[in-house]
Design a protein around this ligand. Structure first.
Ligand code: SF4
Ligand code: SF4
Length: 103
């Protein structure tokens, strides 16, 4: 599994459910999102980018050099603010949502 959903942060907005190309995310009886088919998630990060409250975390395993860190992302103006949590530290990376897709 590449992602996990923090139910304490989830506000039940449905955005991750609507965007997931594999229809892998559902909601429980108290309106919180959860990933139903964990093994089918291919880590495309679409749901992370849609979640405005940073409830979805992307696990950065050793296979991609993440050493157990995890990442969230939040949109702010035209930017995406990526936060990487490792042990007690938080690193931020900002990318321009419009410009970074031009090549
Ligand atoms: S996008 Fe975030 S807040 Fe909205 S349902 Fe999904 S996890 Fe919850
Ligand atoms: S990372 Fe992509 S495939 Fe996995 S749950 Fe999120 S939107 Fe679906």
């Amino acid at each position: 599994m590449s992602i996990r959903i923090n139910k304490d942060k989830c506000v039940g907005c449905n955005k991750c459910i609507e965007i997931c190309p594999g229809s892998l995310i559902y909601k429980n009886e108290v309106n919180k999102a959860y990933i139903k088919y964990e093994e089918s998630c291919w880590g495309c990060t679409a749901c992370l980018k849609e979640c405005n409250v940073e409830a979805i975390e992307y696990y950065l395993g050793q296979d991609i050099g993440g050493q157990g860190a995890y990442m969230t992302v939040k949109e702010k103006n035209k930017n995406l603010i990526w936060k990487i949590y490792k042990d007690d530290e938080v690193f931020e990376i900002t990318t321009n949502r419009v410009e970074s897709n031009r090549y």
